[in-house]
Design a protein around this ligand. Structure first.
Ligand code: FES
Ligand SMILES: [Fe+2]
Length: 397
């Protein structure tokens, strides 16, 4: 009797890579579903499509608006591979533009931040723009025919602020930020987000596809093996998921008795945020703001991750830790805890990436502890147009 082939082979991968059946298998109910096909983590064509379908259309939180406090102050950001300038004009209004000259496309501002801006001048041929984005000067263009300077202002970028968090969106007609955040606004209501200041920022580079990093942030199935310090404070099966429809997904985990925050000993040297319920004092809330951010609310601090895909196999991650603006303690303990936890995560994500790009990997199966990962993966496939979009949200107004 011929034995059934059970080992890896290229033909297995070729059959499952992008077939509708392989993608539909992800869309089954959790108990029967298959995980994302391996090639979705490495294919440059998929990566380009992710920019078109996700990152160029989605809100991304890049930091806080108080990092640009006064008229003439500016910051520059890289969003989905494009440069963005955010500045405060003379009236104190926050304005955002593509960092692209309308002459021949040169990047206008090189610095990451600065102040005292009264005009924006391209370093190449000196076209200048006022802080409202109008073209104010364009040397030697007087002989150009049918050249209307009013039609050559800077391209605007949508910017909105939610309780101090600055969000950008490259989609010219995005859904309102409030609609994107949805029920997260109510979940975050007890926390004094307006009062936060950044205590720490660490930028990591991870040799893994961004989706693996996002998946990893949304399950604690891996916690017993990967995070011995974390599971001592928040047991991996504690808590519940309460936001499941996207683009915001997540829920909370419970502290063990005797712990009140995530720090090396579970204690805090900081005042807890005033007015939190007994329930919230015993929880850490985690939410992914798909596809670019992950936010957590604790009794005494808040963290924000910003996932930046650099290539199919490289992800930059900006990790911010925020505390109350009047808090004297610098939260070194919390940052140390998260740096350890983060590095544990990045290492296992890199190992997952190495394995999932092997010819031997096709599709696995989800455990009952990966419900949110499954929801996110289905949401991803719909936003990518790889599954029928009938149940997908519209991303533009
Ligand atoms: S490219 Fe900016 S002035 Fe020429
Ligand atoms: Fe983790």
């Amino acid at each position: 009797m011929a034995s059934r082939q059970r080992g890896p082979s290229k033909s297995v991968r070729a059959e499952t890579a992008y077939t509708p059946d392989a993608l539909r298998a992800v869309d089954r109910p959790l108990r029967r579903a298959a995980t994302l096909p391996g090639p979705l983590f490495t294919d440059p064509g998929v990566f380009a499509r992710e920019f078109r379908n996700l990152f160029l259309l989605s809100w991304v939180c890049v930091g806080r608006d108080d990092e640009i406090p006064s008229p003439g102050d500016f910051r520059t950001y890289e969003v989905a591979g494009s440069g963005v300038i955010v500045l405060r004009d003379a009236d104190g209004t926050l304005r955002a533009y593509h960092n692209v000259c309308r002459h021949r496309g040169t990047r206008i501002l090189e610095a990451g931040s600065g102040s005292g801006l009264s005009v924006l001048q391209c370093p190449y041929h000196a076209w200048t723009y006022d802080l409202q984005g109008h073209l104010a000067g364009s040397p030697h263009m007087d002989l150009a025919e049918a050249f209307d300077p009013d039609a050559y202002g800077l391209y605007p970028v949508r910017a909105e602020v939610w309780r101090g968090f600055l969000f950008l969106n490259l989609n010219p007609r995005p859904e309102p930020l409030a609609a994107y955040l949805g029920d997260l606004r109510a979940r975050a209501a007890p926390y004094p987000l307006e009062r936060l200041r950044r205590a720490h920022r660490v930028v990591y580079e991870i040799a893994a596809n961004w989706k693996l990093v996002v998946q990893n942030a949304n399950e604690c199935y891996h916690c017993p093996g990967v995070h011995p310090q974390l599971v001592r404070l928040t047991p991996y099966r504690s808590g519940e998921e309460d936001l499941r429809t996207g683009p915001v997904f997540g829920g909370w985990m419970d502290f063990v008795d005797g712990a009140c925050t995530l720090s090396p000993d579970g204690r805090t040297r900081r005042r807890t945020f005033p007015g939190l319920s007994r329930e919230d004092l015993g929880r850490v809330y985690y939410y992914v703001l798909y596809p670019s951010n992950f936010i957590s609310f604790l009794p005494d601090y808040v963290t924000l991750d910003w996932f930046i895909p650099l290539s199919p196999e490289r992800t930059r991650l900006v990790f911010d830790l925020y505390i109350d603006r009047d808090e004297a303690d610098a939260a070194e303990d919390a940052m140390g805890f998260w740096d350890t936890t983060n590095r544990q995560d990045w290492h296992i994500c890199e190992m997952a990436h190495l394995g999932s790009k092997s010819v031997a990997y096709t599709q696995g199966r989800y455990s009952s502890e990966e419900e949110v990962v499954h929801l996110i993966d289905r949401y991803y496939l719909r936003e990518m147009g790889l599954l029928p979009r009938s149940r997908a949200r519209r991303r533009s107004a």
